[in-house]
Structures are given as structure tokens and as C-alpha cells.
Write a protein that binds this ligand. Structure first.
Ligand code: ADP
Ligand code: ADP
Length: 231
């Protein structure tokens, strides 16, 4: 994994009176799972999108592994960060396999390795590759689409995972399995994971530390699940 350092990170959307995210400073250690919890609209998605450079901050800095993300070219960024979101973000005109293969192909992995990796990732998220690889996103349930989204985020084995309610539509048994897989990825492969959820049980289960956010992503508390539960 890599450290993630946010320094006075701020985003004010054009035309908004108040910033969506206001001066957030947060140090995330290499190889830890940090959970962001907080009310709807407090800026969690905005925060993750800024780290992933999908939107420009209006102030502050983001460093991953000590390097300013604005200095990373797009290929390096995709190699470093895996991103999975609630809405799955799959490309509708691409099959499941094409969606999962996206970043490995962009990184010019050999075709055989890409094919093997797509199978491995679909297995990991509990989708039979033979049944699912040729389907289009519209032929999947919401939960299955999310699982493909997670498979895609993990495909190129990035050291950093940004996940925005990635299991919201997944059935409880599969969700439990995916939570265990995420814990394993973090323990064995030392990935740095920033994970947004509304589910407090999920936060307690998978988080090394939990950031409790208020309006404009002000950090009310940043501590271990044990400490959060006793305070
Ligand atoms: P959360 O993920 O915690 O629900 P968001 O980051 O989605 O919060 O939103 C934070 C705030 O920014 C909200 O007030 C939301 O309405 C506003 N917001 C989000 N996206 C945009 C946008 N593209 N333009 C203007 N305001 C936005
Ligand atoms: P859920 O109730 O879990 O949301 P759906 O009712 O959407 O699931 O689908 C049930 C099953 O049928 C799933 O395994 C899904 O992949 C499959 N399925 C749904 N739509 C199609 C389709 N158009 N073509 C092939 N399989 C489909």
C-alpha cells in the first residue's frame, strides 16, 4: 500500500455558497483501511472523487505515497488507484469481461494474462466467469453490477482502493464474503483502502480506523472501532 495524505483539502462547487468539503486534513497509513461515515451530503463522495482526480479541488493538497497526485499521469494514476462506486459505473456498451479488463489492457498486459485475470476476479466476487463474462451490464441485477464494479477496481492489483458504498446493493451473504475478501486483501497484500459506508456494522468489521464526518466533511472523530464504540 501507500500512504494517503490530505492537507487542507477543499472543494467548493461553482455556484454553491458553501464548500462541499472544507479544509480536510487526514493522514492515512500505508496498508490500513479507513472508513468514512457521515450523513448524506457531507461530502464523502466529493472527497473520494478528488483523491481519484475525477474532480479538481479548489484548495489543498493530496499526496499518495508522498507524491502529489497532480504530478501523476493518467496511466500511473490508474495503476495506483482502484475505484469502485455504488452505481457500479460500468460501461453499458461493454461486456462484463471488457469492463473488468479495462485497466489491465490500458496497462498493456499480455492478452492471456488479461483473460486469466478477468476469470480470477469474477471468481473472487462470486460470479461464474463462464456464465457472466459475455453479458452486458443491463443483463445483471444491481448487486451483480456492483460485484463487477469491484472486480474491475481490483483487476490491475492497485495499491490503493477507493470504495464508495460498493456493496450497497449486494445480497447479505455475498456482502459478508466480499467484506472478508477486502480484509484479506488488506492483511495479505497491504492495500490502502478508503471505504465509504452508511452501514455501521460494516465500518466496525472492516475498518482499522473510522473517520466520523460532519457537514462539509469536518472530522468529528478519527479513531479505531474499539475507541469509537466506547466513546
Ligand atoms: P456524500 O457523498 O457525503 O453524500 P457528496 O460529496 O455527494 O456527499 O455531496 C456533498 C455536497 O456537494 C452536497 O451538498 C451535494 O449537493 C453537493 N454536490 C455534489 N456534487 C455536486 C456537483 N456536481 N455540483 C454541485 N454540488 C454538488
Ligand atoms: P435481483 O432480484 O437480484 O435484482 P434480477 O431480477 O434483476 O435480480 O435478475 C435475476 C437473475 O436473472 C440474475 O441472475 C440476473 O443476472 C439474470 N438476468 C436479469 N436480466 C437478464 C437478462 N436480460 N438476460 C439474462 N439474464 C438476466
Amino acid at each position: 500500500g501507500a500512504t494517503i495524505e490530505l492537507e487542507a483539502l477543499t472543494k467548493r462547487y461553482p455556484g454553491s455558497a458553501l464548500p462541499a468539503v472544507e479544509s480536510v486534513t487526514l493522514d492515512i497509513r500505508a496498508g490500513e483501511t479507513v472508513i468514512l461515515v457521515g450523513p448524506s451530503g457531507c461530502g464523502k463522495s466529493t472527497l473520494l472523487k478528488m483523491i481519484n482526480r475525477l474532480i479538481e479541488p479548489t484548495g489543498g493538497r493530496i499526496r499518495i505515497g508522498g507524491e502529489d497526485v497532480t504530478d501523476m499521469d493518467p496511466v500511473r494514476l490508474r495503476r495506483t488507484i482502484g475505484y469502485a462506486i455504488q452505481a457500479s459505473g460500468l460501461f453499458p456498451h461493454m461486456t462484463v469481461a471488457q469492463n473488468v479488463a479495462l485497466v489491465p489492457k490500458m496497462l498493456r498486459w499480455p492478452a492471456a494474462r488479461v483473460r486469466a485475470r478477468v476469470e480470477e476476479m469474477l471468481d473472487l466476487v462470486g460470479l461464474d466467469p463462464a456464465e457472466f463474462h459475455g453479458r452486458y451490464p443491463r443483463q445483471l441485477s444491481g448487486g451483480q453490477q456492483q460485484r463487477v464494479g469491484v472486480a474491475r477496481a481490483l483487476a490491475a492489483d492497485p495499491p490503493v482502493l477507493l470504495m464508495d458504498e460498493p456493496f450497497g446493493a449486494v445480497d447479505p451473504i455475498t456482502r459478508d464474503h466480499l467484506q472478508d475478501e477486502l480484509i484479506r486483501l488488506q492483511r495479505e497484500l497491504h492495500k490502502t483502502i478508503v471505504f465509504v459506508t452508511h452501514d455501521f456494522d460494516e465500518a466496525i468489521k472492516i475498518g482499522d480506523r473510522i473517520a466520523v464526518l460532519r457537514e462539509r466533511s469536518h472530522i468529528a472523530q478519527f479513531d479505531t472501532p474499539e475507541a469509537i464504540l466506547t466513546h
